[in-house]
Design a protein around this ligand. Sequence first.
Ligand SMILES: C[S@@+](CC[C@H](N)C(=O)[O-])C[C@H]1O[C@@H](n2cnc3c(N)ncnc32)[C@H](O)[C@@H]1O
Length: 228
Amino acid sequence: MPQALAAHGLPGANLGLADVILADLGVSSMQLDNPDRGFSHKASGPLDMRMNPTRGMPASQLIAHLSAEQLATLLDENADEPHAELIAGLLKGQFDKTDRAVGEYTTTAVDTLVRAGLAAAFPRLTQERATTSVRRTFQALRIAVNDELAALDALLRVLPHCLSPGGRVAILTFHSGEDRRVKKAFQAGYRSGVYATVADEVIRASAEERRTNPRASSAKLRWAITPA
Ligand SMILES: C[S@@+](CC[C@H](N)C(=O)[O-])C[C@H]1O[C@@H](n2cnc3c(N)ncnc32)[C@H](O)[C@@H]1O
């Protein structure tokens, strides 16, 4: 962010500083709705999930690369998945067993694998619960593939230095892992004085907005203002 702001040479006295920063985190609908990007379990596509397809390893390679223990930790830390160990075992078991090229793995193959494994282990688990675990599995893999939490931590570190006096920042998060980090950073910034005011509570989408845009249901907004 500091380099980007400096490169754009923002006008006025506060060269390189922004008056307002809005960070809309996570994956975009354009990415989610394109099966070839592999972000969604709802459509068949390569198990990729890279936000920048020219960088990093796709999710299929990440699964092949990590141990079952590392995968379980990833599912737990990035998505609070209660069946993390079972799902990690399923993914590793599948990926290590066959000689298919890693790139051949699809989103629907993972969806089917997780559902079948959960149904076998918990015959009374509802379809809805199984879908939630599949959704969490995809979220956890996506966060790891794009190192999203490290990017967020980097943003939170530099933010106070990118805002002009009296500058405002608002961050839209979409899961508890992100929101926890933003809340802690803003509170710490308030205590240390780099922020003069921070949001007392999180702002959620109204019932009307959730009706017209269901994807806004998980969104949380927090804001902070630097001393004038
Ligand atoms: C939620 S979407 C933004 C959607 C946009 N605000 C809109 O309303 O259409 C977040 C975007 O940030 C991009 N992104 C993810 N990680 C990033 C990073 N570390 N730096 C910059 N952009 C990133 C993603 O590729 C994605 O396109």
